[in-house]
Ligand binder design. Sequence first.
Ligand SMILES: [Zn+2]
Ligand SMILES: [Zn+2]
Length: 238
Amino acid sequence: MKPFKELLKTSADAHGHLCPGQIVGVRMAMLGCRLIGLEEPTRRDQIKKLIVYVEMDRCTADAVAHVTGVKLGRRSLKFVDYGIMAATFVNLETDNAFRILSTEESRDLAALYAPEAESKKEQQLEAYKRMPDSVLFRVHEVQVRLGEYDMPGPTRRKVACARCGQVVRDGREVMKNGQVFCRPCSGGCYFYDAREVSWSGMDWSPYGDSIILENIRNRSTDFLVSKARSIRALDVQT
Ligand SMILES: [Zn+2]
Ligand SMILES: [Zn+2]
């Protein structure tokens, strides 16, 4: 793994600023990777062995993702919205997993580790670099239940929502009265009062060409109807 200083620099650049969360996150990731025996997590042979759960959407989460190289799009980064400054590092090969929590004491003790600092932020920035891992973190060895549908790799299941036709991937559908629904259609999701909208400028595309668009528009009805049928025809697959 690259040295702390270097990781902190690139992490702060990617995140947009240097903040106490970058220091805590970089150290959390370095410790987590060391504990599960993946010292070079971004290297080709190790990147597929690592899964990281982050429990907060704060500065620290960016640093953890940066150092470990995990990504939502690779399914190696799992966000669980607990509002807790913690992350769990899982080695898929060995099943070893450690949950690392940032301590509240570290905030209280910042003044002790950087008494010369002039502002609270300066104090945290310096103190979090100096504190030993034992003050900065608590560590739990844990078991993580990773289901087949949580794993990286190709989509293992696709079903169409019985109400809106949208395809739901990886077993995230909801069963009700023997039918499958997407979460929004099953009731209770983060948005409400959804109304489909369209506008003339919606025909824009980065490589738009009016002749091609015209051709597509002329056959669009048939094309879209058959497409919709084929999606609705998708049934529960296992
Ligand atoms: Zn930040
Ligand atoms: Zn739906």
